[in-house]
Design a protein around this ligand. Structure first.
Ligand SMILES: Cc1cc2nc3c(=O)[nH]c(=O)nc-3n(C[C@H](O)[C@H](O)[C@H](O)COP(=O)(O)O)c2cc1C
Length: 197
């Protein structure tokens, strides 16, 4: 068993002028600085998925669309996930929901955490994500990083446009807790699966 969990940072917004890259790069740096995780950036822009057009979830039958199959292979390579969560009308983006729907088995029994950003730090979107994760048989960390309020205004290009490093003192402790929890659950679920095999 590979003892070092492979973790994907998944960018959930695909629009051309997205802000998502700044929080994605910041959490990637925090996660890659750790010795206990192998971390890779996965951009939904590199996975041009159709809106879900299969006969059923791949829980029930193999998917037909080659992009869906390629996405499932990408998801399946990892032991856990860090979702970069924009809040669109109090939920996750349509592109992230679609990507979550386009795999099933590959998400099962794996943990995730999140970095959310928005007026309230995408707290409502991250809570929705946790509910979706239950149906996908995933486990959420308790902690997640939330860039909200004045911090969001300071770093968003429409307002202060400062680098995230300027507000990171407010984020570092939560990021450590969230990544510690993610590492714990990744190791625990990997060990349980290895024992079952
Ligand atoms: C369709 C849409 C809905 C939005 N709804 C919310 C919202 O419910 N809560 C919030 O805090 N920000 C909301 N915003 C503002 C986003 O937080 C902001 O545009 C952010 O940059 C979106 O992330 P992105 O740039 O990575 O796509 C919304 C933005 C869009 C485009």
């Amino acid at each position: 068993m590979n003892s070092k969990p492979r973790i994907a940072v998944i960018i959930g917004s695909t629009r051309p002028t997205r802000f998502a890259d700044a929080p994605a790069q910041w959490i990637l740096k925090q996660a890659q600085a750790r010795e206990d995780l192998d971390v890779e950036l996965i951009d939904l822009r590199d996975h041009p998925l159709p809106f879900f057009d299969e006969m059923a979830s791949n829980l029930w039958m193999p998917s037909q669309n080659p992009e869906a199959v390629r996405w499932q292979q990408t998801v399946g390579r990892f032991d856990g996930y860090i979702f970069v969560v924009a809040e669109y009308n109090h939920s996750i983006t349509a592109s992230l929901k679609n990507a979550l729907d386009q795999a099933y088995k590959e998400w099962n029994r794996k943990p995730f955490t999140a970095i959310g950003y928005g007026g309230t730090g995408a707290t409502r979107a991250v809570e929705h994500l946790r509910g979706i994760g239950v149906e996908l048989q995933m486990v959420s960390t308790r902690a997640a990083v939330h860039i909200g309020g004045g911090d969001f205004m300071a770093v968003h290009p429409a307002f202060g446009n400062k680098p995230i490093s300027e507000i990171e003192a407010n984020l570092l402790q939560t990021a450590k807790t969230a990544l510690d929890e993610l590492a714990w659950w990744a190791k625990a679920t990997m060990a349980a699966k290895a024992a079952e095999a």
